[in-house]
Design a protein around this ligand. Structure first.
Ligand SMILES: Nc1nc2c([nH]c(=O)n2[C@H]2C[C@H](O)[C@@H](COP(=O)(O)OP(=O)(O)OP(=O)(O)O)O2)c(=O)[nH]1
Length: 130
């Protein structure tokens, strides 16, 4: 089992921040929610704050991360459990420290982007929940 946390960072217009996976990585060039693997002993919220600092150079208070929904999907030989959190407050302007690009996208417009298979039901949930 691969536990992963990811963030739906939402701006005042209801757009969500996506990042593009860089070339050379697994699932290169797909658009994903910022986040990553939970390390042993780490809480999901702490992992999320750490990943957002590493990937976007923003500061998030783990206590303000709101559990939104999750995805459960096969990923090669492993099984991905992706916990998606809603984040409305952060400090700093997101910068693509690891991604090849960032984009603010309305959930309804995400269908036009190539995203990991596990993210497809998450997009449908965002359309209903945001
Ligand atoms: N962050 C993120 N990961 C996703 C999404 N959808 C999805 O299937 N994943 C997968 C891709 C990766 O296998 C895993 C996330 O872990 P990661 O981002 O730390 O993995 P990675 O391969 O990019 O990095 P690494 O092994 O070099 O540390 O979850 C998503 O929307 N956001």
């Amino acid at each position: 089992m691969l536990p992963v946390v990811a963030a739906a960072l939402v701006d005042g217009e209801g757009r969500v921040l996506l990042q593009r996976r860089p070339p050379g990585k697994q699932m290169a060039d797909l658009w994903e929610f910022p986040g990553g693997k939970i390390e042993p002993g780490e809480s999901p919220e702490a992992a999320l704050a750490r990943e957002l600092a590493e990937e976007l150079a923003i500061t998030v208070d783990p206590a303000t991360a709101i559990p939104l929904t999750f995805a459960s999907a096969a990923l090669g030989q492993r099984h991905l459990l992706l916990l998606l959190y809603l984040i409305r407050d952060w400090q700093g302007e997101p910068r693509p420290l690891e991604a090849s690009a960032l984009a603010w996208v309305l959930p309804q417009d995400m269908h036009a982007l190539a995203m990991p298979p596990a993210d497809v039901p998450l997009v449908a949930m965002l359309e209903r929940l945001l």
